[in-house]
Design a protein around this ligand. Structure first.
Ligand code: PFF
Length: 442
């Protein structure tokens, strides 16, 4: 019999577990930091509301109807058509993300252990910047942590949908919510923290019309929600017929966004209180924050909580990234869950080697001069995810008859009209416009 979620809450928390990850903490903080804080947040909220919620509804609806993996679900709605390729893009994309995502998750896990054991505080002469650079350039260490994260995630997915994925998220997600709220509460009491709040909520109006800011905000929204990678199709495939879609979809996106904002309220006030640079880039979490933890009262405990949060949030996202190709392999190649998990995890383990070593032995392996990992992350967020979202919008908005689409989504009346409008016109136009801008600006 096909696997199913144990409860509605279990489904929502599993989906929130997928959405909430490195994207909300590590990536959101640096993307907002680099793109002007408040302006970025405004565009981000716009994209999340107008594109995020409708596309999540569409994905879940496709999956729930198909009761199948990301590829088969498309086939069941449009047999013998090329639209299954949108599903394949999701399956291949999630495997690609899994490979490099696990490397960063491994960094977080290493920092968690180092913070817990106290070794994080043996600062090298050049400070945390030097410590971090030496660690990520090491020829073996990052691989070990990458493998550890992969093994942990595989262990959860092997246990199955309800007993593995759902159970892990039922435990971890409430815990992570408590930790991030506590961290934000603490950061906001630090003297000088208000600069961080102003940075995050005070829009710089000129940045609002900057296409680069808009592109970065869209990329961040797609990555953070995890759109287009067939996660919601796959997870929707384990729903029961009577379970509804619109409420959970809105709840999932709302949780993801709230989590990112609260994480921002944990990070920026601390950065401002201690005179750090909010636009430090990808290294904000691994260089700037440890310095701050060291300087703040009780900072060592805060560091343990923060890196636990980062590692566990990454774990629940990796679980979903594994489950997408696993479900496809189980259904389409008839593999047993255990074999499929081994195949996907093993492939991603190997795939993660080049990005993991791209700061050290394989530093020469890049196209634009940026480290391979950051290059792949850019292409994924600003190109692959939006393209997959574009395909999804065309399929749901134009290929399916309007009546069918709304029936699958379980939405009627004004809400239905708004949903169709967003998916038919707004999403494709918005994504296409930004892609063209990107091509034009090189
Ligand atoms: N949403 C996750 C995060 O914010 O870290 C990352 C992710 C998960 C991206 C699943 C894509 C995906 F399909």
């Amino acid at each position: 019999m096909r696997e199913q979620w144990g409860s509605q809450a279990g489904f929502i928390l599993a989906a929130v577990g997928s959405a909430v990850g490195l994207g909300n903490i590590w990536r959101f903080a640096y993307a907002a930091g680099e793109n002007g804080g408040g302006a970025f947040l405004l565009v981000y909220l716009f994209v999340v509301l107008t594109l995020g919620v409708p596309l999540v509804v569409a994905e879940i609806a496709i999956g729930k109807h198909g009761r199948a993996d990301g590829v088969t679900a498309f086939e069941r709605l449009a047999p013998d058509s090329a639209w299954r390729r949108v599903g394949w893009l999701g399956v291949a994309g999630s495997a690609l993300i899994l490979a490099y995502y696990s490397v960063i998750a491994g960094w977080a896990l290493r920092y968690f252990f180092a913070a817990a054991r106290g070794t994080l505080w043996d600062r090298p002469p050049g400070g945390f910047a030097e410590g971090f650079s030496a660690f990520i350039a090491h020829p073996i260490e990052p691989l070990g942590w990458h493998a550890a994260m992969m093994a942990l995630s595989m262990a959860v997915v092997v246990a199955g949908v309800a007993r593995g994925i759902e159970r892990a998220c039922l435990w971890l997600m409430p815990m992570l919510a408590l930790i991030v709220v506590a961290l934000a509460g603490f950061a906001l009491t630090l003297p000088g923290s208000s600069g961080g709040v102003a940075f995050l909520f005070g829009p710089t109006w000129s940045a609002l019309l900057d296409p680069r800011v808009i592109l970065a905000a869209m990329g961040q929204a797609f990555f953070s929600i995890g759109l287009g990678m067939a996660v919601y199709i796959t997870y929707g495939g384990y729903l029961r017929p009577e379970q509804r879609i619109p409420g959970p979809a809105a709840a999932i996106v709302a949780c993801d966004t709230t989590f990112a904002i609260i994480a921002g309220l944990a990070i920026f006030p601390a950065v401002f209180a201690f005179g750090g640079n909010p636009a430090a880039g990808a290294e904000l979490a691994f260089i700037t924050l440890p310095d701050i933890f060291l300087a703040m009262p009780g900072g060592r405990a805060v560091a343990i909580a923060f890196f636990f949060l980062l590692s566990a949030a990454a774990l629940t996202s990796m679980i979903s990234l594994i489950e997408v190709p696993v479900a496809a392999l189980m259904q389409r190649a008839g593999l047993r869950r255990r074999v499929a998990v081994l195949a996907v995890g093993g492939a991603a383990l190997l795939g993660g080697v080049p990005p993991a070593l791209g700061y050290g032995p394989l530093a020469w392996l890049n196209v634009t001069g940026r480290p391979l990992l950051e290059e792949v992350d850019h292409v994924v967020s600003n190109l692959i995810l939006p393209l997959a979202g574009f395909g999804l919008a065309l399929f749901f908005g134009w290929v399916l008859p309007a009546g069918t689409a709304l029936e699958l989504a379980g939405i009627r009346g004004v809400a239905g009209a708004l949903l169709l409008c967003a998916i038919r016109y707004l999403a494709p136009a918005f994504i296409l416009g930004l892609m063209l801008f990107r091509l034009a600006s090189g």
